[in-house]
Design a protein around this ligand. Structure first.
Ligand SMILES: [Zn+2]
Ligand SMILES: [Zn+2]
Length: 144
């Protein structure tokens, strides 16, 4: 799989702008996040990147996060990671509480409502974040 040239050059620009060196591990993390459609755990990322220590992957994710390239997606007790809104259009997640399967939610109605509620609270809307939880079809089968 190939990632978009413009996304790749934005990645390089963003590294430079934040005084970060280009490294093999940083590139691989970026590539992996750009190709997968759900937030990833550090364990998963580490399992996909050969020849890199867990600690170095952990530090790279931390650096990418500080540079605004990667963002944290809290899910229950875990922290997952995905590319920031700069690289992926703004969205939310709906996550199964049992198996942690996570689905991206892109919904105009939510976005409009969030802006309205922020204004009603007397603020000029800048950003918002929230996550939705539930139980997926697969996991609910055994419950009924
Ligand atoms: Zn499930
Ligand atoms: Zn939103």
């Amino acid at each position: 799989m190939q990632i978009d040239d413009s996304i790749q050059s934005k990645f390089l620009e963003q590294l430079k702008a934040n005084g970060l060196r280009f490294t093999h591990v940083r590139q691989e993390i970026f590539y992996l996040m750009a190709s997968e459609n759900e937030p990833l755990s550090i364990q998963y990322i580490a399992s996909k990147i050969n020849n890199a220590h867990f600690v170095s992957i952990y530090r790279s994710i931390d650096a990418l996060q500080k540079a605004g390239i990667v963002k944290q997606v809290p899910q229950g007790f875990k922290n997952l990671f995905e590319l920031s809104d700069m690289f992926k259009p703004h969205h939310h997640h709906a996550t199964c509480e049992i198996c942690s399967k996570s689905i991206e939610i892109n919904n105009k109605r939510i976005e409009i409502l969030m802006k309205e509620l922020t204004k009603e609270a007397g603020l000029i809307p800048t950003k918002h974040h929230f996550e939705m939880y539930g139980i997926c079809n697969n996991c609910s089968e055994g419950l009924i």
